[in-house]
Design a protein around this ligand. Structure first.
Ligand SMILES: [Zn+2]
Length: 321
């Protein structure tokens, strides 16, 4: 009995006092693409968990407004996003969101809808969807912005936004980077579009206030084998005051040598470092806020994630080729 009580006491701070969280889904009950799919059975399980534990599911814009007002995002706030505009959301996912009365935001890559790709929602279906959630922007052609010129990015953005205006009579407030790829240059090009917020696809949480950057908000993907980590993600908090020092761009020889991160909180003594393709999290010592981790690892993919975790507080960043 005492053991159970102690265990409960240990778990309480993790489950009760977490920040807000945004989750991202792609396909629903579409087993052809297991890495971007979630079964409706799993989705229902997640929704039931949120309901049982008194989480409040809010439209993403409510979370954004809190941050922009420099306020803390209330604990237990959860928001849902659905990327790309796959038809399986319309046919399999939407009814479950309706059943639970949970708001959502669908981010569409306009080209797939405009050119009537078979697997994607039509403009007519989007109109129906917009009765229950909001439809926001995920570029026109879903290109790799990191590899496109400023002109190409602007052209893509303008084309997509014009089509959203034409078909939905809507000027989007929110944007998601295709493939979650972005850097300082891409962020700068997006500035004149005046989005209220821009989202990445890094596992994390939303603390709010000055801790959260509205042009780089974390969303955890609950797809494929990550679906089992839903509760773990809910327990994460946003690690504030993190400065990634190096590397700051994708290395030409694909080798990540030394990772250097600085924490504003100088009292931290221990942390964990994450690097893609390197076997998860690695324990490191922190000296006066400084973390040095010698990885010396060759990367396999065009996108590398580097992260830092202090207890259950987490921050990830992405480097794209
Ligand atoms: Zn996408």
């Amino acid at each position: 009995m005492l053991k159970i009580l102690l265990l409960l006491l240990l778990l309480i701070p993790y489950s009760l006092f977490a920040d807000g969280h945004i989750f991202v889904y792609h396909r629903f009950n579409d087993n052809r693409y297991p890495t971007t799919n979630i079964s409706t059975k799993e989705l229902r399980k997640e929704f039931n968990y949120l309901k049982r534990n008194n989480y409040k599911v809010v439209p993403i814009i409510d979370m954004v407004n809190k941050i922009n007002a420099n306020e803390k995002v209330p604990d237990k706030w959860v928001a849902f996003s659905i990327d790309d505009g796959f038809k399986s959301f319309y046919t399999n996912g939407l009814s479950i969101f309706k059943e639970f009365n949970y708001p959502f935001t669908i981010f569409i890559a306009v080209k797939y809808t405009e050119e009537k790709y078979k697997d994607y929602v039509s403009w007519k279906q989007l109109k129906t969807i917009s009765k229950y959630g909001s439809v926001e922007f995920h570029s026109y052609g879903h290109g790799h912005f990191g590899q496109m010129s400023n002109k190409q990015i602007q052209k893509d953005m303008n084309k997509g936004l014009a089509l959203m205006k034409k078909h939905l009579n809507y000027k989007p407030n929110l944007f998601v980077y295709p493939y979650g790829e972005y850097d300082a240059r891409v962020e700068k090009i997006l500035e004149p579009y005046n989005f209220k917020a821009v989202f990445n696809q890094n596992i994390g949480a939303i603390h709010g206030g000055t801790c959260s950057d509205t042009y780089d908000l974390d969303r955890s993907a609950v797809v494929g084998s990550n679906a089992k980590d839903f509760k773990l993600y809910l327990a994460f908090k946003e690690l504030c005051g993190v400065h990634f020092k190096r590397p700051l761009s994708y290395p030409k020889d694909k080798i990540i040598r030394t990772i250097e991160i600085e924490l504003e909180d100088k009292s931290v003594k221990k942390a964990e470092i994450f690097l893609s393709n390197s076997g998860g999290w690695h324990k490191v010592k922190v000296n006066n806020g400084k973390i040095i981790y010698h990885a010396n690892k060759k990367m396999k993919r065009n996108r590398i994630k580097i992260g830092v975790k202090v207890r259950n507080k987490i921050k990830l960043m992405v480097l794209s080729k």
